[in-house]
Design a protein around this ligand. Sequence first.
Ligand SMILES: [Zn+2]
Ligand SMILES: [Zn+2]
Length: 294
Amino acid sequence: MKYLIFILLLISCQSKTTNDSIIEQESDYFEAIEANDIKLSEPQEGEWLFGRNEKGQTFEQYTKANPVRPIAGKSTIYLKPIGQFTNLQKEALKLLRDYVELYFQQKTVLLEPFSDKNIPKSARRKRSDGSEQLLAPYVLDSLLKGKNPKDAMALMAISEKDLYPKPEWNYVFGLASYTNRVGVSSMYRFQNKTLDSTNFTLCLRRLMNVSTHEIGHMLSFHHCINARCTMNGSNNLSETDLCPNRLCSECQKKQYWNFRYDNRKRLKELLAFLKENKIEGDFKRLNLDLETLK
Ligand SMILES: [Zn+2]
Ligand SMILES: [Zn+2]
């Protein structure tokens, strides 16, 4: 028994040393960007953290939780549109693919749209304004679970119709399953019903935020209570709009530990994308990180 305990202690010490050295090598980067983390303010009524006991997740808790990681032959992120999309919506999805690939520094594939016609009546409902909603757990359990392509690390569906999680709920922006590595979000509310040139950038920004948040859950991230961060929980669209397209330094450590990419390359590529697509608030926020690193 003593022998077993000794081996376990050795494994645990080795794993801590390895984790520490991986982050240690990038300590200049993480220490610099930590200065740009913005503290969360006291939650107000109606906000996600108001009256909610979120525990958060430290770097150590994440690495010890055996998170989903890219492994040989299973490292691609798939995006699966569900419904009938206009050309402008398809354009937003293409840009979303580009962003997700840069954000995770991981090959990302946009699949052909999948019709929602075969979703049964029991998993859809009409609202008083005539718009239709799809039952998000049905999409996860019946359309996505077990349908991950062989090389998929995560499969994220994007519905063009609105979603609801349970009959008594009005709607939900997105839902993801940790264990099955599948998720779904809807672009319906991001575009104020119809996507056009006036709301395209806003819709794209929201899609980027919610999709990377949900894929983060699939990669074993919990909600973040460390600072303002893409992994903060959100109750409504105005809270989502305040949620940055930037992981806080603690969550960036987790993601870097998981993927081992070049942090500076990722930052520069994300900045180029944000500039090109005129997503100004997030560009300014990430540019501060670049300036701090100089
Ligand atoms: Zn969440
Ligand atoms: Zn965070």
